[in-house]
Ligand binder design. Structure first.
Ligand code: LRH
Ligand code: MN
Ligand code: MN
Length: 388
């Protein structure tokens, strides 16, 4: 039997971090469909994030992306966040939108370009000092398109050297979270293509370097929950970039394409103590909302993570272990499926009522009038967007 009050307590204390870029305009490489009322600066992104937190009660942290969230006073931005019940989370670097990085950033053959790239990363740590952020999130577009284009091992050496310099700059309570991605924009080799490469670099760097699992960055059919379980065992899972994919790096709402996969991932997290704050797993979203309204899509995504988490917490671990030890394959599988097939929406409605918020976050947001307010107030100025 599962202790329902412990399940509720875990759901109340889980924190889901939303990305500043999901509030701005975004699109595919074919077209950005602009939406009315979209934020014009990082401050307005925080205003929208505060609406997501008000509706869900569990999303008080916002990741920034530099330079998309450029401002001349990050301490002031952090204060603005605090005044709205928010804190600034991971600082995401950007080494993929400058002409200089055509052949790579920290793995570029040109030492001057490598220097420029490392300087950007060091500047991101300066920003973390100003915002009080604990996590530097690194994703590199580095790689090659053609066999023979550059030397695979030399590029790894350049990577290791750059990461070591940035690692040495981290403060006591700061971490480096290293993402991996199978391919794109590079199509032949990618310098950090998989969790093993990220893990190997992190292991050499030390305790403050951990792996980020972006759920959209794997080959089709990859068993992501195995990776999650392995990294938790090694104390190397820094966090998630949640999103959904059907084909490649689709960046759709988490839990929309394959809610069962999300449940299997959250089962490994819950079972292996990954929900305990001291384990330090950051539950971040990394998504874009190209054709749907952004704020309600982010609210829906937060709810999808909560539903998967609730189901994972309902797994009867004693019954599961007993079935596993007895070699009862069907019963062990049934224990998992019983939890997955539970409708957890009434439980989450109770959790929200106990938190003092509306049991229906989507309805609460609709009733708030925020959607029409931003359309009438945010006129003029450049709308913020992916890459802007
Ligand atoms: C590119 C990517 C990556 C980063 C984000 C900003 O694949 O989605 O995951 O975290 O852009
Ligand atoms: Mn990501
Ligand atoms: Mn991605």
């Amino acid at each position: 039997m599962t202790d329902l009050s412990a399940v509720k307590a875990a759901l109340k204390s889980q924190r889901i971090e939303t990305p500043s870029w999901a509030y701005g305009n975004s699109g595919t490489r074919f077209k950005v469909f602009r939406q009315e009322g979209v934020p014009r600066n990082p401050y307005e992104k925080l205003d929208d994030a505060a609406q997501v937190h008000a509706a869900t009660g569990v999303a008080p942290i916002v990741s920034l992306h530099i330079p998309w969230d450029l401002t001349d006073d990050y301490a002031a931005l952090s204060t603005y966040a605090k005044e709205r019940g928010l804190t600034l989370g991971a600082i995401n670097s950007n080494l993929f939108q400058d002409d200089d990085y055509k052949l790579g950033s920290v793995a570029n053959a040109d030492p001057a370009i490598r220097r420029k790239a490392v300087d950007h990363l060091l500047e991101c740590v300066d920003i973390m000092d100003a915002t009080g952020s604990h996590d530097l999130k690194l994703w590199f577009a580095d790689g090659t398109n053609y066999p023979g284009q550059d030397d695979i091992v030399t590029r790894q050496d350049r990577f290791a050297e750059a990461l070591a310099e940035v690692y040495a700059r981290l403060g006591e309570d700061q971490r480096m979270l290293l993402e991996y991605k199978l391919f794109e924009p590079a199509f032949y080799t990618t310098d950090v293509p998989d969790w093993g490469t990220s893990y190997a670099h992190c292991l050499k760097l030390g305790e403050k370097a951990q792996v980020v699992v972006d759920t959209g960055h794997h080959a089709p059919g990859t068993n992501i929950e195995f990776i999650v379980a392995f990294l938790l065992r090694e104390k190397k899972l820094g966090g998630f970039d949640f999103n959904s994919r059907f084909y490649a790096d689709d960046d759709l709402m988490v839990g929309s394409a394959d809610p069962f996969q999300l449940f299997r991932i959250m089962h490994e997290v819950a079972k292996n103590n990954g929900l305990a704050p001291e384990t330090g797993v950051a539950f971040m979203l990394d998504q874009c909302h190209n054709i749907e309204a952004k704020i309600p899509a982010i609210i829906r995504s937060v709810m999808n993570v909560q539903e998967a988490t609730a189901k994972a917490l309902l797994v009867d671990l004693n019954a599961l272990r007993a079935a596993q030890l007895a070699g009862d394959v069907l019963e062990a599988n049934a224990v998992l499926m019983d939890a997955y097939n539970t409708d957890v929406r009434p439980l989450l409605a109770e959790v929200r009522t106990e938190l003092g918020i509306d049991p229906d976050p989507m309805a609460a947001y609709r009733a708030s009038g925020w959607a029409s307010r931003i359309v009438s107030e945010r006129v003029g100025g450049e709308q913020a967007g992916w890459g802007a």
